[in-house]
Write a protein that binds this ligand. Structure first.
Ligand code: NAD
Length: 496
């Protein structure tokens, strides 16, 4: 693997079985820089035959080196990988910013933390303990955990390295091997991840990286009989199709899907802090993150002040080239997402919500890229499409409520249930509301606080299973119960 700019040729190859190899039934495609709309890199996309090669390599590694390795040895290799990843993090952040369009100040914080995640997963590798089960005298029973086998990790375009980290780190620590299929839109940094794995001495076949289209490469991975599990982050529509495609061998699935989080501001909250959190979590990453609080529910006593604060704050968001250190918000990651966000601005207006700020594509020097203004709708209600659908753009929809009961009802009136936030100084209310909200993670007087030790995943249509936390490896393992008799006696049931 080459380094720096000379690495570019490697992006035109897949990483399979420890080798860099041209796609056999895929293609070389151009990756578009979302801040210019121009191609900036050439990237290999694999096809079904490439997925077959990768699964074979992963199966061989599972039955061979990786599968036979002691858990502590796997952990040591993962720690080496984590350290190398940390050294490469600044460069990875720059590449991800270029490919995805996320402002460098955000990407640096995101990517800079990944090695902590990898270390966390490594620390769990040799702690996959079983139980001894108390039974009658002479019977000894215990459980052991064993890795499932080959895992297909399928990731979205918005945060390719973070989603790869959660899946690859936990699968490898659990003893599985991986075929990582990043999104066709933003595959560059996942190929870079393969280079780091190679340099860190992760054995051939343990991690294979095959970017590819969903239809074709993705479908083949999901349908493959030798893949034991799919760990997927993406849309609910894709997850539903995967359930059918993976039915052949009754595959396991972990699904991290969309969100439409309620961010509730009660009238007794620290308003400055709440506004900081609510505005940043509506517009971070140009609205392209599943955890963002795009439904801002505000008590009627403070509603006008909050709407005013949103519209003032909107003016101070510096939208610009994502590589610029001063930029707060870069472009949308691809043209179709920009179109989607703009279409929801029109939908919101037609539904009768009041457009307070933003809503337009940015012209002038930035007109070649997929830039959109941070956008605020007020006087919205929860039955509007802008309050129900995941827009994945920087669109905040501010909805008034009169009391705690109504806030909860609105918050839970959603197909989704990934994250939620609430701001109040009343401890009793914080406890009551946080325990009634239908969401996998609830933030109280903070927002988007995520660490390796905090389990993450959704209720309802936001997904199945959890990533991170002390149980992060369990979805990648099976439990075997062994029951032994000390006496070896077994009576003949047909004697009498
Ligand atoms: P998507 O479902 O279109 O694609 C995600 C991945 O699935 C891509 O790699 C794609 O190529 C692949 N894919 C598509 N169709 C496939 C098929 N039939 N078989 C196999 N693979 C297929 O989603 P997206 O547009 O890339 O990502 C945005 C979505 O991801 C949003 O809904 C967002 O909320 C969600 N997301 C969720 C989380 C989370 O942690 N819950 C994090 C990030 C993004």
């Amino acid at each position: 693997m080459e380094t720096g700019d000379e690495r570019r040729p490697a992006w035109k190859q897949l990483y399979i079985g420890g080798e860099w190899t041209a796609p056999v039934d895929g293609e070389i495609c151009q990756s578009i820089d979302p801040s210019t709309g121009e191609p900036w890199a050439e990237v290999a996309l694999g096809g079904p035959a490439d997925i077959d090669r990768a699964v074979e390599a992963a199966s061989d590694a599972f039955t061979g080196t990786w599968g036979r390795m002691a858990a502590w040895e796997r952990a040591a290799i993962l720690r080496r990988f984590a350290d190398l990843y940390q050294k490469e993090a600044p460069r990875l952040a720059e590449l991800e910013t270029r490919d995805v369009g996320r402002a460098i100040r955000e990407t640096r914080m995101d990517v800079g933390a990944h090695s902590q995640w990898y270390h966390w997963f490594a620390s769990l590798a040799d702690k996959c303990e079983g139980q001894t089960l108390p039974l009658e005298r002479g019977i000894h029973a215990f459980t052991t955990r064993q890795p499932l086998g080959v895992v297909g990790a399928i990731t979205p375009w918005n945060v390719p390295l973070l989603t790869a980290c959660w899946k690859v780190g936990s699968a490898l620590a659990a003893g599985c091997t991986v075929v990582l299929k990043p999104s066709e839109y933003t595959a560059v940094t996942s190929l870079e991840l393969a280079g780091i794995a190679e340099a860190a001495g992760i054995p051939p076949g343990v991690i294979n990286v095959v970017p590819g289209m969903g239809r074709g490469a993705g479908e083949r991975l999901v349908g493959h009989a030798d893949v034991a599990k799919i760990s997927f982050t993406g849309s609910g529509a894709t997850a539903r199709k995967m359930l059918a495609d993976g039915a052949g061998n009754l595959k396991r699935f972990t699904f991290e899907l969309g969100g439409k989080a309620a961010h509730i501001l009660f009238d007794d909250c620290d308003l400055d802090a709440a506004i900081n959190a609510a505005t940043s979590s509506a517009w971070a990453h140009c609205g392209q993150a599943c955890a963002l609080g795009s439904r801002v529910l505000v008590h009627r006593n403070i509603y006008d002040r909050v709407v005013e604060a949103f519209s003032m704050r909107q003016k101070s968001v510096r939208v610009g080239l994502p590589q610029d250190e001063r930029t707060h918000m870069g472009p949308q990651a691809h043209a179709a997402q920009l179109e989607k966000s703009l279409s929801y601005v029109e939908i919101g207006k037609q539904e009768g919500a009041e457009l307070v700020a933003g809503g337009k594509r940015i012209e002038g020097a930035l007109s070649g890229g997929y830039f959109i203004e941070p956008t605020v709708f007020c006087n919205a209600h929860n039955s509007m499409q802008i309050a129900r659908d995941e827009i994945f753009g920087p669109v905040a929809t501010i909805i008034p409520f009169d009391d705690e009961e109504e806030a909860l009802r609105i918050a839970n009136d959603s197909d989704y249930g990934l994250t939620a936030g609430l701001w109040t100084k009343d401890v009793g209310r914080a406890l009551r509301v946080s325990q009634e909200i239908e969401a996998g993670i609830v933030w109280v007087n903070t927002y988007r606080y995520l660490r390796w030790s905090t389990p993450y995943g959704g209720f309802k249509a936001s997904g199945w299973g959890r990533e991170n936390g002390t149980s992060a490896l369990e979805p990648y393992q099976d439990v075997r119960t062994t029951v032994m008799s000390a006496s070896g006696q077994f009576s003949n049931p047909y004697e009498n």
